[in-house]
Design a protein around this ligand. Structure first.
Ligand SMILES: Nc1nc2c(ncn2[C@@H]2O[C@H](COP(=O)(O)OP(=O)(O)OP(=O)(O)O)[C@@H](O)[C@H]2O)c(=O)[nH]1
Ligand SMILES: [Mg+2]
Length: 553
């Protein structure tokens, strides 16, 4: 089936019953006499002790007790071509234009436990307060020859996909990739690769195959068919949507994720009802087709209703924001790649308790807190949803309202995990999304976080010193936080205007606000009030206009 993640039409694939696994278990077939390729049991004895060999076409599996089982044969001759698992790293039979590529089988150890018959219970794990069954997933990526658009190489992108899969509660058992000039319009990857993956699916009881790029509805369908129907095929977008779905804690986030999911599903609403045709022995052809049209209409109506609801929540949020602007405290937004440490920084500076953990997309909703500096100055700090390379456009669109917080800030703080091997590429990916959000006019400060975790912290610190727009910190240990606050203060001062105002004695509260949000140079107490010279935010300067005039006069 093509749709893995629709919470409205069907539950998340992470909640599926064991039934799916038992359906995948192979029925013994001792009469099978096709050639086998023996697996390297040394590598796999922890993870797959029951497997001894896989038939050359990947269809049959020989178990350690010498029973042979066989799945349904491949659907078309094309996918049989070159199928093989070579035990340790799996070789791919390539089409002539495809360069060699690698298949990785993951050694499952430590907390993940064994994946054998007696280990099914260990595959239930507590995630976000609910027990989920860890499905076995296999990852597939494509490196495009001559692709200059993406700065992530395929290994790095797959490693990030693995982190996403782990966050979603899946157990990754292996991965593979292929170099292609252009993706295959039918199956995204070449036929040799399809066959190779099919072998891996059979050999390791893979339940979900995840592609690192967005697949077209047709590609999804064809791949599922080619893999034999019992395995779910999904892509990075669906995986990210599922994580968002699991993590949406507020009504607004839940609405936004639902909208993104529905928009993703609309063109993929196929095959859902093909069982009707099968049940009817194919005699009522078209029955499934009609049902799809009905489903699409229902989904479109739901999308319309959701958009209206989001709009009303958005208006509410805007009113709240406007009220917030009555107090002229500048707003500083934390932006950055997911897992960079934005929430940890907010928590550290404000004593907030926003969820911060070593998982991707821990934060979905913006949280704003007041930062009180040692010198008594204040600013508001907003934590926002993290970005990622290949961020689904449906998600950007759905979260645009929330991200408006960013475009209305006085200053953007781009938090970078400088200890991450892909820090530079992550910076590029964030800049790309910021461009899409039209934030070029807002001043930026770059924060190199997690310096404590860097291989050579000293080098990082001295590099940061060379650029006045970079501050080096550790949100975890507190290193550099004073420098960070001072740098924010400096940037905010640059955006303030110089005023001289005579504040009457009966408006004493204005004087304390100037101290709070501005930078006071001098105060002189005269007969009819306090003569203040200070830098204040533009919005606040407007408020002082009458007093500025009286000062001038
Ligand atoms: N060593 C080290 N770890 C840090 C530091 N800052 C954050 N972390 C860890 O990095 C992980 C991610 O931190 P978060 O604050 O959740 O990151 P985030 O940017 O809010 O992530 P999303 O909400 O997913 O976008 C957590 O395990 C933090 O403990 C730091 O300065 N040093
Ligand atoms: Mg966060």
């Amino acid at each position: 089936m093509s749709l893995c993640f629709c919470s409205i039409l069907k539950p998340s694939f992470l909640n599926r019953e064991l039934d799916f696994v038992s359906r995948c278990r192979l029925a013994p077939n001792p009469n099978c006499n096709k050639p086998f390729q023996f697996l390297n049991l040394q590598l796999h004895d922890r993870g797959f002790p029951h497997l001894k060999a896989v038939q050359a076409d990947g269809v049959g599996v020989l178990y350690s007790d010498d029973t042979v089982s066989e799945r349904a044969a491949p659907l078309d001759a094309e996918t049989q071509h070159g199928a093989a698992v070579d035990g340790v790293v799996g070789t791919a039979t390539e089409e002539s234009h495809e360069s060699p590529n690698r298949t990785r089988l993951k050694k499952i150890e430590g907390k993940k436990g064994n994946v054998d018959d007696g280990d099914e219970e260990n595959r239930f794990n507590l995630r976000n307060g609910r027990e989920v069954f860890e499905e076995k997933a296999y990852l597939v990526g494509v490196a495009r020859k001559g692709d200059t658009d993406s700065s992530f190489d395929i290994e790095e992108s797959l490693s990030e996909l693995e982190q996403l899969a782990d966050t979603a509660g899946l157990r990754v058992v292996g991965s593979t990739h292929q170099n292609l000039v252009a993706p295959n319009p039918r199956t995204y990857i070449g036929s040799g690769k399809v066959a190779e993956i099919k072998s891996a699916i059979h050999a390791f009881d893979v339940e979900t195959v995840i592609f690192d790029d967005e697949l077209s509805p047709g590609q999804l369908r064809n791949l599922e068919k080619a893999f034999g129907g019992d395995v779910r095929v999904c892509d990075r977008t669906a995986l990210i949507l599922d994580i968002f779905n699991q993590r949406a804690a507020t009504r607004e986030a839940a609405l936004q994720v639902s909208l993104a999911q529905m928009e993703y599903q609309l063109p993929r609403l196929t095959k859902m009802w093909s069982h009707l045709e099968r049940q009817a022995g194919g005699q009522v052809k078209g029955m499934g087709e009609k049902q799809i049209e009905v489903d699409k209409r229902i989904l479109r109506d739901q999308i319309g209703a959701l958009k209206k609801e989001i709009e009303s929540v958005r208006k509410h949020r805007k009113q709240y924001r406007n009220r917030r602007f009555d107090i002229p405290v500048p707003v500083v937004s934390l932006v950055g790649y997911t897992n960079a440490g934005k929430s940890t920084l907010l928590n550290r500076l404000t004593g907030a308790d926003v969820l911060a953990e070593d998982k991707l997309f821990a934060t979905l909703d913006p949280t704003t807190r007041r930062v009180q500096m040692k010198n008594g100055k204040e600013f508001l700090l907003t934590d926002t949803v993290g970005f990622i390379q290949k961020l689904p456009t449906t998600l950007i669109a759905a979260f645009r309202a929330t991200l408006e917080e960013i475009s209305e800030s006085s200053l953007l703080v781009h938090v970078v995990d400088i200890s991450h091997p892909m820090a530079e590429q992550q910076i590029d990916a964030v800049d790309k999304v910021l461009e899409e959000l039209d934030t070029s006019s807002i001043p930026k400060l770059i924060v190199w976080n997690k310096v404590d975790n860097a291989k050579d912290p000293e080098k990082i610190r001295s590099e940061a010193k060379k650029d006045p727009d970079i501050v080096c910190i550790s949100a975890l240990t507190g290193e550099g936080l004073d420098d960070f606050c001072n740098a924010v203060q400096e940037r905010l001062k640059d955006m303030m205007v110089w005023v001289e105002a005579l504040i009457p004695f009966d408006k004493g509260e204005l004087l304390s606000t100037i101290h709070q949000v501005g930078m006071v140079e001098t105060i002189e107490y005269v007969d009819n009030g306090a003569l203040v010279r200070a830098h204040v935010p533009l919005r606040f300067a407007r408020l002082l206009t009458p007093m500025r005039q009286s000062c001038v006069s």
